[in-house]
Ligand binder design. Structure first.
Ligand code: GSH
Length: 241
């Protein structure tokens, strides 16, 4: 059984991996979410940070453990699972494209995090609020429209529901979770932009309606967004209603 090691109290980058595992329908042990008495808790994650512990080193979570192998870096984990379960196309160009798209999603994730931590992840939000106001305004007004338009164009070019065509891939799950996170963190700015992105909106709807994912999203395995993760709702960082 796969083991996933990720912070137990926030969705973060771990959630992009969970969505792939849930859509595949494979069992996995979400180790840190077990009670501490059963070997869970945040200390499991911190014990492996920066390559400490007895795993093949990965710098930061999420970590996926498959037997003796540890895979870190969210896009690499999703790609590994896609290949391992035959859920990325056989065509090498399309495989590279799937990874490219997930890496692009990872770039947006980093920019979204930088809206509330523009100076450093090592400082509290409260220590960088003035800079965050400026960073969030630039993200909302300049960067986010470009990212959303990019994914809308990618879907338009393919001319089908999903980013690689008719078959769903991990990149579609990634785009779903990105939209979820943006709508949580910046509801006003996101609503406005998604109104002009019908293909991205339709993909989000279709992914969320898939039976396994819909069941997962309703389950207690799904961790709600909160102000510890990447996508945080600080109303002062959003656009006016
Ligand atoms: N590029 C890595 C980023 C990993 C990362 O930043 N993980 C965060 C949680 S989402 C973390 O716990 N970082 C701890 C640290 O960098 O000290 C990925 O995509 O997996």
């Amino acid at each position: 059984m796969y083991k996933l090691i990720y912070w137990p109290f926030l969705p973060g980058r771990g959630e992009f991996v969970r969505l792939v595992l849930e859509e595949l329908g494979v069992p996995y042990d979400d180790v840190a979410r077990r009670p501490e008495a059963e070997g869970g808790g945040a200390s499991v994650v911190s014990g492996h940070l920066y390559g400490q512990g007895d795993l093949m080193p990965g710098f930061a979570p999420p970590y996926l453990i498959d037997g003796d192998l540890t895979v870190a870096q969210m896009p690499a984990i999703c790609h590994y699972l896609g290949l391992r379960h035959g859920r990325v196309p056989a065509d090498e160009g399309l495989r590279a494209r799937a990874l490219q798209l997930q890496l692009t999603i990872a770039d947006v994730i980093s920019e979204a995090h930088a809206t509330h931590h523009p100076l450093s992840s090592g400082l509290y939000y409260e220590d960088q609020k003035d800079e965050a106001l400026r960073a969030a305004a630039t993200f909302r007004e300049q960067r986010l429209p470009k990212w959303i338009a990019f994914f809308e164009r990618a879907l338009q070019r393919v001319g089908q529901t999903f980013l690689l065509g008719g078959e769903i891939s991990y990149a579609d799950l990634g785009l779903f979770q990105l939209v979820e996170g943006l709508c949580y963190a910046l509801p006003n700015a996101s609503r406005h932009l998604l109104d002009g992105a019908p293909r991205v909106t339709a993909l989000h709807q279709q992914v969320g309606d898939r039976p396994r994912l819909a069941a997962y999203l309703r389950s207690e395995r799904r961790i709600a967004f909160n102000e510890h993760g990447i996508f945080r709702r600080y109303p002062e960082l959003d656009a006016a209603d």
